[in-house]
Design a protein around this ligand. Structure first.
Ligand SMILES: CC(C)(COP(=O)(O)OP(=O)(O)OC[C@H]1O[C@@H](n2cnc3c(N)ncnc32)[C@H](O)[C@@H]1OP(=O)(O)O)[C@@H](O)C(=O)NCCC(=O)NCCS
Length: 448
């Protein structure tokens, strides 16, 4: 356990808090350490969840131990709490991380520091707690050699100031399915076979299938261990009570091996009659369209919805009636924060040979500097250059913008037009785009 005190760097008000970091795991006797239990209660409060039972907290701890999750709580250091209020053993702010990896393209899985469970109690907001927790955590992740940090944000305006930028988008789609989905090429949607299965099969197959999908999907970030319960309706952070309306179908390849699944549930409140996808993983060739073909075959259902669809979806182009595929919403999804510029930029693939020098600004300092990217045969050598005036930058940008460019969520020319980056040499943004172009849009299938 590490104990530290981290004053806010920008808030002149007093900071009467102590930050404590500890692993999330069950106690030796099978129960849960008190600090883990109270920390979990505070997270649940912050996200408006139900009060978790002791049993639920024990289950969360078992799964989060698998992820190596580390929790941070901010505790009132001068221990008085008004009579009847939560005592000082409950953190007033929470924060956690686990470390998995990110598919940065070209088959490379790069280690990533995944931040989650960020809450600040309403009565302690705007006193620098988030700033203290995230500044200290990012510094430790950088010191531990992590090239990237990541999160998914419930509010859009908070994390840019800490160097995070939107790195992938995700779409909510509605597919008209009454009478079945017609395909341009029916044979492409008829690979293998699809059969209904017990939903527990999804829980048991999840880790292996996700690993395959993750390795093959540019932009995919690791899933935490609770995901197999969420995917199969067996529990989530709101309730560990199994949902009884989640159903599942498996896809089998030509040899009879399972290479995909879809879990889904009816949406009782929606009209027309709707089925919502809970999770869809397609690892094998043809599995994706075959699973959609199955969803289209559900009787009494007019519409299938999915809130994790990619920005560019083969389904939309496979359907005979493209307009039956309606993209209802496109939202920012994964946010990235480059911590180590040479390591992050050298790990990803490049589209063309060439060379460009960037000046990167970072309010927290981790990614600041002048860097030359030199690309040959699709891979880059990234070198830190002296900032004594002997080397000229061609493009100046902040780490948040560089992090948004990293997986190709946006081009440098668009950020230039948006007034967010500066060309120090004419045409530098276009040259950056030629070097870094991606042939497919990044897609993450993970909420955390
Ligand atoms: C978002 C939240 C974590 C902020 O915590 P906080 O301790 O009040 O934030 P801080 O006092 O450290 O403020 C840090 C900076 O963010 C800004 N900020 C914080 N919350 C903000 C908000 N909701 N909207 C706009 N700016 C915000 C502050 O103005 C401050 O800016 P500055 O340091 O550049 O002057 C807190 O409001 C919260 O718990 N919200 C509900 C849960 C949530 O949305 N969690 C995020 C999950 S990903």
């Amino acid at each position: 356990m590490s104990t530290e005190r981290e004053p806010s760097t920008r808030n002149p008000r007093p900071f009467p808090y102590e930050l404590r970091t500890f692993p999330v795991r069950p106690a030796d006797d099978g129960g849960v350490p008190d600090e883990v239990a109270k920390w979990t209660q505070a997270v649940s409060l912050g996200f408006y969840g139900n009060v978790p039972s002791e049993g639920d907290i024990a289950k969360y701890a078992l799964h989060e131990q698998v992820d190596g999750r580390m929790a941070t709580g901010a505790y009132l250091s001068d221990a008085a709490a008004p009579a009847g209020a939560w005592g000082p053993e409950y953190p007033v702010a929470t924060y956690a991380y686990h470390r998995k990896n990110l598919n940065v393209g070209g088959g490379t899985l790069l280690p990533v520091h995944q931040i989650t469970a960020v809450t600040v109690r309403p009565s302690h907001r705007r006193r620098g707690l988030l700033r203290a927790m995230i500044s200290s955590d990012l510094a430790q992740a950088k010191a531990a050699g992590l090239p990237l940090a990541a999160l998914t944000a419930s509010e859009a305006v908070i994390y840019g100031r800490f160097g995070f930028g939107v790195a992938t988008h995700v779409c909510t789609v509605e597919v008209a399915s009454r009478g079945g989905i017609s395909f341009h090429n029916p044979a492409a949607a008829a690979h293998g076979t699809v059969e209904v299965a017990d939903v527990l099969a999804v829980r048991d197959l999840h880790n292996e299938l996700f690993a395959r999908v993750h390795a093959a999907t540019f932009g995919s970030i690791g899933r935490h261990d609770m995901y197999r319960l969420v995917a199969s309706g067996q529990g989530n952070y709101g309730s560990m009570e199994p949902a009884r309306n989640v159903r599942a179908a498996l896809h089998y390849d030509a040899s009879g091996a399972v290479d995909g699944y879809v879990s889904y549930r009816p949406d009782e409140t929606a009209t027309p009659r709707t089925v919502r996808i809970v999770d869809l993983l397609a690892a094998g060739e043809g599995a994706y369209l075959a699973l959609w073909n199955y969803l289209g075959s559900l009787d009494l259902i007019d519409r299938v919805t999915w809130d994790m669809a990619p920005e560019v979806d083969p389904l939309e182009w496979a359907m005979a009636a493209k307009r039956d595929y309606q993209r209802k919403q496109t939202e920012d999804h994964l946010w990235l924060r480059i911590l180590d510029v040479p390591a992050a930029l050298a790990a990803r693939p490049y589209a063309a040979g060439g060379r460009i020098t960037l000046h990167v600004g970072d309010p927290l300092g981790h990614a600041s500097g002048l860097f030359t990217i030199e690309v040959a045969h699709g891979t880059a050598t990234v070198t830190r250059r002296p900032e004594d005036g002997s080397v000229a930058a061609e493009l100046s940008l902040g780490v948040s913008e560089l992090s948004s460019l990293y997986l190709g969520a946006v081009t440098a020319r668009t950020l230039l037009a948006a007034g967010r980056i500066r060309e120090e040499a004419p045409g530098a943004a276009a040259r950056f785009d030629v070097l870094t172009a991606r042939s497919v849009a990044a897609h993450s299938l993970t909420n955390f």
